[in-house]
Design a protein around this ligand. Structure first.
Ligand code: ADP
Length: 448
């Protein structure tokens, strides 16, 4: 097992990793930018090293500075968290060539699965259903139109290197497809420095269901059941839960088995998530693989009782998984709400600034993963998520009641947050019946 690791991230996930390490008896070194210099979690680490200015390019994405910090502090491994460098295979390669273990998958698996076009090829080999589509990059309008007329409209144009819900466009006919294609290519080039796009059938009224997987370096691969993340705004998740209130048990088992097949096929190790779209008839299709820990991992930790961050660290150090498939139970029901510093009344505009009053919720069944407190200044430079509220109860109905209670206890001022919007979701009849899809929030709760 490692004795000292560096955390190449910030905010709630940096704190989450510090907590796991402290329980494992591992020393931590956390890096930070000048915008985060006052964050309280820095004091919970054994060492904190400033690596540069607020801009991510100067700090959390700056590989030479992170590697220097790792070498100076003599760590054995780096945990990248999510976002930033977590899915950059180049970073993983540099870490390992410097004899610092990257707490994540092997470089080859990151390369193969990180690209959505490649990922679909591997999925086919592993007999995991893919959404009908171009089966590769689309070069020009003519080819796009041919494919779309074969699979039928609506179609979705997606960036091969895409992520975070960006670089996607839905086309309902030939005209919008022609226009969308060029815009999507330009956007992809701009956002990801790679103009490659592909086309697939747009699954209407689909649900987003993903499977948590973890594998060790000795060939053991298991799933930790699914999370339903259909409550989204602009293709970004707002609420996640486990189990999915929609899936039949037989489909749940098939979905999880498919995810494990893919992991084995790509010789993957460490934690990962296989994302699927499930249509109204419960047919499922793979969307992509996220080769890292995800924001919503606590939902899975709650229902399985397994600490995913500790498991990631153990697996990276070469240990075997501490459990086998049949030990992984899905007990009770867990729901997570992402608490963002955004103003729902102003089209969810980011709301950075100082938190003056802060009263977090508590009590039975409540977990809060957050790095903020009264007096904390939310910097404008990063993602607006300031915490995650997770509840775990024996049934979904009870989980919703506990979430409502916890959200109404949660007081943050004068910063505006997504708390009031989450309260609306918990009261929404369709959500309560488990009848939502990835377009629900925008179509029903936020119609233009
Ligand atoms: P990203 O990497 O940007 O998160 P994903 O491929 O995971 O992109 O898709 C994000 C979301 O976009 C999905 O959860 C779903 O809501 C929507 N989406 C993506 N592909 C399709 C599709 N073929 N049909 C319908 N919705 C889709």
């Amino acid at each position: 097992m490692f004795q000292k690791i560096l955390i190449a991230n910030r905010g709630e996930i940096a704190l989450r990793i510090i907590r796991a390490c402290r329980e494992l008896g591992i020393q931590t070194v956390v890096v930070y930018s000048t915008a985060d210099r006052d964050a309280a979690y820095l004091k919970m680490a054994d060492q904190a090293i400033c690596i540069g200015d607020a801009s991510p390019a100067e700090s959390y994405l700056n590989i030479p500075r992170i590697i220097s910090a790792a070498e100076i502090s003599d760590v054995e491994a780096i945990h990248p968290g999510y976002g930033f460098l977590s899915e950059k295979h180049h970073f993983a390669e540099i870490c390992r060539s410097c004899k610092i273990e990257f707490i994540g998958p092997p470089v080859d698996a990151m390369l193969a699965l990180g690209d959505k076009v490649q990922c679909k090829k591997i999925a086919k080999r592993a007999k995991v259903p893919t959404v009908p589509g171009s089966d590769g990059a689309v070069e020009d309008e003519k080819q796009a139109v041919e494919i779309a007329s074969k699979i039928g409209y609506p179609v979705i144009i997606k960036a091969s290197a895409g992520g975070g819900g960006r670089g996607m466009r839905v086309a309902h006919n030939e005209m919008t497809l022609r226009a969308g294609l060029n815009q999507a290519r330009a956007e992809a080039e701009n956002a990801f420095k790679d103009p490659t796009v592909y086309i697939e059938k747009y699954v209407e009224f689909g649900r987003h269901v993903e499977v948590q997987v973890i594998a060790d370096q000795h060939g053991n691969a298991v799933h930790l059941w699914e999370r339903d993340c259909s409550m989204q705004r602009r293709h970004q998740k707002l609420v996640e839960e486990s189990p999915s209130p929609f899936l039949k048990q037989s489909v749940r088992e098939e979905l999880c088995a498919a995810a494990v097949r893919l992991v084995r096929e790509s010789k993957y190790f460490n934690a990962g998530t296989v994302e699927f779209l499930v249509d109204k008839d419960q047919n499922f299709y793979i969307l992509e693989v996220n080769a890292r820990i995800q924001v919503e991992h606590p939902v899975t930790e709650s229902v399985t009782g397994i600490d995913l961050i500790k498991e990631q660290i153990r697996v990276a150090s070469g240990e075997r998984l501490s459990f086998v498939q049949k030990d992984v139970e899905q007990r009770g029901h867990a729901i997570e709400c992402r608490i963002n510093a955004e103003d729902p009344a102003r089209n969810f505009a980011p709301f950075p600034g100082v938190i003056e009053e802060y009263r977090p919720p508590g009590g039975p069944g409540v977990r809060l993963d957050s790095h903020v407190y009264a007096g904390y200044r939310i910097p404008p430079n990063y993602d607006s998520m300031i915490g995650k509220l997770i509840v775990h109860r024996p049934t979904r109905e009870q989980a919703i009641a506990t979430m409502k209670r916890a959200l109404s206890e949660f007081h943050i001022s004068p910063i505006r947050t997504t708390i009031p919007f989450h309260l609306q979701i918990m009261d929404n009849e369709h959500f309560r019946r488990g009848e939502v899809d990835t377009g629900f929030v925008e179509r029903v709760m936020l119609p233009k």
